[in-house]
Design a protein around this ligand. Structure first.
Ligand code: ADE
Length: 226
């Protein structure tokens, strides 16, 4: 899976060099390519935004810099272009799984009041929001997208983890315990100490989670449907 990211702040993507995603890139299961939109400004002060037609607060990212940054990407005929924006369709786990089947994603991170609509109309396939709140730009949402999608790319995490997710039918996992059996006077649930088959054990664990839902754990359904 290749991710091309168009951003005014490519340095914000440093955290993707750590942990599972960092390792996935080192092992070449994914490729993350950062493109600095500002490099495509023709202006001597590297200006990338302008005042909006019709007035109003804030600035608009200029269409030519975003378009030229996009045009610089090679081999993009089969790429899906995603614009991260609070106006987009809210991201769900189903969408994440669908997108993980693509080979090439181009992620556009907006800033200020957004991007000139004409460039969006010309190049964007989908607009995605990561939730009903407004962030200062699309970089954090792009990282959320890369992280959630990469988990489904072959080799990035164990097949067992993904299987367990589909087994639990989109329900977030049960609580986990490790040694010792007793900590702060709290015991590991008896059923988890028995030697059942791993599948039976998972069913039991899921029941424990459901039983506990009104206590301290919260039962959350991932939105597998649209
Ligand atoms: N840009 C700013 N806020 C956003 C959000 N909630 N989702 C996606 N992109 C954004």
């Amino acid at each position: 899976m290749k991710f091309d990211i168009l951003s005014l702040f490519p340095e914000m993507f440093e955290p993707l060099k750590s942990s599972i995603i960092g390792r996935a890139e080192k092992n070449e299961f994914i490729k993350i390519n950062l493109i600095n939109i500002r490099d495509f400004s023709n202006d001597k002060h590297k200006k990338v935004d302008d005042t909006p037609y019709g007035g109003g607060a804030g600035m608009v990212m200029m269409q030519n810099v975003v378009y030229d940054a996009y045009s610089s990407i090679e081999d993009k005929d089969n790429a899906k272009v995603i614009y991260l924006t609070p106006q987009g369709k809210t991201l769900t786990q189903k969408k994440v799984v669908d997108l993980s089947k693509e080979k090439h994603l181009i992620l556009i991170c907006g800033h200020y009041e957004g991007i000139d609509q004409r460039v969006i109309d010309e190049i964007v396939d989908e607009e995605i929001s990561i939730g009903d709140y407004v962030l200062t730009g699309g970089e954090l949402p792009a990282m959320v997208l890369i992280d959630s999608i990469s988990r489904y790319v072959e080799g990035v995490i164990s097949n067992e983890s993904i299987d367990e997710e589909s087994f639990s039918n989109g329900l977030l996992e049960y609580p986990h315990y490790t040694r010792p059996e007793k900590f702060l006077n709290k015991e590991v649930p008896e059923i988890l100490k028995s030697r059942k088959s791993s599948r039976d054990c998972k069913m039991e664990k899921t029941k424990i989670y459901r039983n506990n839902k009104n206590k301290k754990t919260r039962f959350v359904e991932l939105q597998f449907g649209d």
